[in-house]
Design a protein around this ligand. Structure first.
Ligand code: SF4
Ligand code: SF4
Length: 203
């Protein structure tokens, strides 16, 4: 049975004579408009003005590679994998896919080699279906899957929105070269932002 919802109507308050004669509401509105008119603009004239997002920005995904900076968990799992220096450190655990609200967007394949160790041969993500929530990166036990500061991902073809393991590895190398040593702040000072908004003062 459909439950009826009662709608409560509220009468619109009557304007007082003073409000009617002196347009008080209009003046109040104009006061706010004029105040904001003289404030410094905080929007940017994209794409002519571009600002660097903070390091924690949830942009396009990338795969960190084996480079000697892996967490201890990788050292344990590495024994079961065939991963060379400079290759994606993915151990094909599927934790990212499990954590994702849209698991179909992942295509992960690993094969067992003659020596019994595994090798990841496919790691595709269809970013058209991604909501950039970051749950997949949180789930990765070896700090392989990360999100970068790259946000310009438009493509003329749907296929261009599917990212592959090699591209992801290159993206992570580029991202880490630029930002690995940067403090992990929510926001950053950078030249572009300083130019547009002035210097941000950290407490
Ligand atoms: S960011 Fe969210 S939606 Fe996108 S792949 Fe990761 S978990 Fe899935
Ligand atoms: S969670 Fe990390 S290691 Fe596991 S499959 Fe995903 S990217 Fe690879």
């Amino acid at each position: 049975m459909v439950k009826m919802v009662k709608v409560k109507y509220v009468d619109r308050p009557e304007l007082t004579n003073k409000e009617r004669v002196f347009f008080l509401d209009f003046i109040k509105g104009m006061k706010i408009t004029i105040k904001n008119f003289f404030r410094k603009t905080i929007t940017t004239y994209y794409p002519f003005e571009k600002i660097t997002p903070p390091k924690r920005f949830r942009g396009t995904h990338a795969h960190r590679v084996k480079n000697g900076k892996e967490p201890p968990s990788f050292k344990v799992l590495e024994k079961f994998m065939n991963i060379k220096e400079g290759e994606s450190r993915c151990v094909a655990c599927y934790m990212c896919q499990q954590a994702c609200p849209v698991p179909e967007l992942f295509k992960i394949e690993a094969v067992q080699q003659l020596d019994g160790r595994k090798k990841v041969v496919r790691f595709d993500m269809n970013l058209l279906n991604c909501m950039y929530c970051g749950l997949c990166t949180e789930a990765c036990p070896v700090d392989c899957l990360i999100m970068t500061d790259i946000y310009e991902t438009a493509s003329y073809h749907r296929a261009g929105c599917v990212t592959h393991i090699d591209d992801m590895s290159k993206r992570a190398i580029d991202f880490d070269n630029r930002r690995y040593d940067e403090p992990d702040r929510i926001w950053i000072d950078d030249k572009e932002r300083s130019k547009l908004w002035g210097q941000i003062k950290w407490s």
